[in-house]
Design a protein around this ligand. Sequence first.
Ligand SMILES: [Zn+2]
Length: 575
Amino acid sequence: MLFSRCLIPTVKETPQDAVNASHTFLTRGGFIRRVGAGTYDFLPLGFRVLKKVEGIVRAEMNRAGALEILMPALLPAEYFKETGRWDTFGDNLFRLKDRKGSEMHLGPTHEEIVTDIARREIRSYREMPLNLYQIQTKFRDEPRPRGGLLRCREFIMKDAYSFDVSEEAAKASYERMRVAYCNVYDRMGLTYRMVAADSGAMGGSTSAEFQVLAESGEDAIVACDTCDYAANVEVAVVRPPAASTDDATVMEPERVSTPGKKTIEEVSTFLKVKPEAMLKSLVYVGGETTALVVIRGDHEVNEIAVARALGVADVFLATDVDVKKATGTDIGFVGPIGFKGRVLVDRAASQVKNGIAGGNERDVHVKNVNRGRDYDGDVGDFRLAGTGDGCAKCGKGTLTSYKGIEAGHIFILGTHYTAKMGATFLAEDQQKQPIIMGCYGIGVSRLVAATVEQHHDQDGMRWPMSIAPYQVHICTIGKDDAVNQAAKALYDDLEARGIEVLWDDRDERPGVKFKDADLLGIPLRVTIGGKGLAAGNFELKPRSEPDPKKAEMVPVADAARILEERVKSALAGKK
Ligand SMILES: [Zn+2]
């Protein structure tokens, strides 16, 4: 493709609402354009990347034995009404009425529609396992579309649904999908973790998320450095800390004046102690219960664990007024001594010797607070896992925290939809049974953005070879015939070898061309012109090579063959 013939509208300006690299570079590189809140055009280069991601997803789904179908995006309300999701989806559902006044909506996901296929078409156990998938546009009325392609209201998704005769068979289908998903991310050159999405996932897992690691990610996860354990911090299980070896003498409590010092940071600086020697006490309200949660000063509360311990769905930090009512003092001076009500003590906090806690009196803290003597409570895991915590799964490794972008989810649904919708089959014993179902999603358009989040530098994108819009980017310098002839010969040779080439044939200064090449991020750049060509060479520079002096000279006669080798070995996963 000639640059001058392709629509590549690069711009210098960063979009106003851009807060992450993919939104910035995909827009600046002319890959995408915003149409409305959470909706985008894919321009030629963006479309090429999208289709390559789709191609990898499709190939791996087919290889795993799944069958591609296409369901409509425009749906009558009756199916979601059957399962109750017409109501529970709330404002996230794009609803509309047709000309006859019938209620309809745009599909945010297709469990009901595919279950309807299953109940119509599957009769016997012989017809399973069956896995149906589609790559299709989905619609969700996100309250806050943001991050460019990361969180849209219209997006491309691959959704697969498995149908099996038993839990055991469903687990085998789930496992095939797990392998297919790993293949997809591996082929795209992504660093990712498969993350336990529920706390019961330590053993036989029935639900997992795939998180692409990136600083801009919205999800906080921890992963073990020794085994494959990874989990969302909210459900992560940590190894209980070894019993304290601190043999410091337990000292008598001492009330000290801490005027105006409320936060852990203020108090620890004022009293010259480390945050981990402090006991952070927070009042939570869950349902009818008011509870005090005690964690170490350097930790954060895991609200999901607190809610679970209190037997409620959600907990909220108590308001100033509620704190005063529960403790008689203000936020910042609350402590566990004498607290009337449920006290939840995190395991690590319970081991703190001679800790410092709030004195339940304005401007007062207490030194030498020890659990057992000065306060009590239920000991458990009530903090978020973080870097440095021990891994509970292997018992040896250490956890590190990462930020991640959720790029896939696999799930065994059981009979949740099939029972409600009457999707049954005749088992071997001629008994009617509900079909066991699984669902598996990959955000295809989101993966385009997630790749850029992981593969970029300050100058632009750095596409992995497998999904790059083109594989080789030729920059010609100057306009003389020798340059053009050399470029044309290389271009034709590469195309004949099946290599995808973009030739920047524009009448622009070298600086402009190089800047655009860095922004577009095509993996291999070949510069033709100047002294190099006079000496019989082209200059070859991989986009992943940051040092401009590291360009290598390749003889004109060998260039096409060398480039072909580089492209093929990159596609084969070699360096
Ligand atoms: Zn481990």
